[in-house]
Design a protein around this ligand. Structure first.
Ligand code: SF4
Length: 276
């Protein structure tokens, strides 16, 4: 069988670019340019500094990736919409409220450095890039912009609630169970030690939570959004499958709308599965 070709990643492009951040392409950094080329179909010709063979290779690879890298139009609209919401925000006031770090570029542009599942993202008013060049996608952009747009609220109180008690969650609960809780439970069945190891990478707090779950931790997928994750392994004798339950701080909707929260749950599952 023919080997599946590896998809071109943002970091692959960055390595081919001169990394001078000269801005001639209209973007502030080579990383931002690489992200726009791969994620939004920006024309690679806009950078005049490619080696001709690299440019030809990138164009050919993008053509082959074709449909795979396309996003639905509504996702671009969603990002544009939420970018519009934050366009007048003063990032120096928002940073503390959402647990982000403020960074200002030499030309006075403000960015928020946000920790999403122990990966740092530099978010500007018009662009997002992963600080370490990790590949990411447009869905992550929309999530991060939504987190900024909510602009925080009450500090987390430590009072835990289930999703079903959050207003407007009725129609979303099923998707959260499917995309987050059930996926983690299935992947880590019989592997509680591995789950603990993966959660350590996500800087989970293992302080005793007074729960009968086999794994019971608190971790922060986003700085002001703690998740309490409880895992009961399968009971083969009684035929019970493994189970995961996620609880939220009662302030969670001050930081993210319910739809984005479901997406964040899916991201958590994806990250934990990658750490297995
Ligand atoms: S024009 Fe090329 S070298 Fe200059 S910032 Fe854009 S991508 Fe980087």
């Amino acid at each position: 069988m023919a080997e599946k070709k590896r998809l071109l990643q943002i970091l692959d492009l960055v390595k081919m670019l001169p990394r001078t951040n000269c801005k001639e392409c209209g973007l502030p950094t080579c990383m931002a340019f690489a992200t726009h080329v791969l994620r939004e179909g920006t024309n690679p010709d806009l950078c005049p500094y490619w080696k001709p063979e690299d440019l030809a290779f990138v164009k050919q690879s993008m053509k082959e990736q074709g449909e795979d890298s396309a996003y639905p139009d509504h996702l671009f609209s969603a990002r544009k919409f939420v970018q519009g919401k934050i366009k007048d925000y003063d990032f120096s006031l928002v940073a503390d409220r959402i647990g982000a770090r403020l960074e200002t570029s030499a030309d006075g542009e403000s960015y928020l450095i946000i920790n999403l599942l122990e990966q740092l993202y530099r978010v500007g008013k018009n662009e997002v890039e992963a600080v370490d060049g990790t590949d990411h996608d447009l869905w992550d952009h929309v999530l991060l912009y939504n987190y900024i747009a909510e602009n925080g609220g009450h500090e987390p109180t430590g009072k835990w609630v289930a999703m079903e008690s959050l207003p407007g969650s009725l129609a979303k609960r099923k998707a959260f169970v499917r995309d987050c809780e059930d996926k983690i439970a299935a992947a880590y069945t019989g592997k509680p030690e591995k789950l603990r190891a993966a959660l350590k990478i996500l800087k989970a707090d293992f302080t005793d939570l007074d729960s009968n779950a086999e794994v019971a931790v608190v971790f922060h997928p986003l700085p002001k959004i703690p998740f309490q994750l409880l895992f009961w392994d399968a009971d083969l004798d009684d035929g019970f499958p493994a189970q995961v339950k996620v609880l939220f701080d009662e302030t969670v909707l001050d930081y993210l709308d319910i739809e984005s929260l479901v997406f964040l749950g899916g991201k958590c599952a994806e990250r934990l599965l990658n750490l297995l």
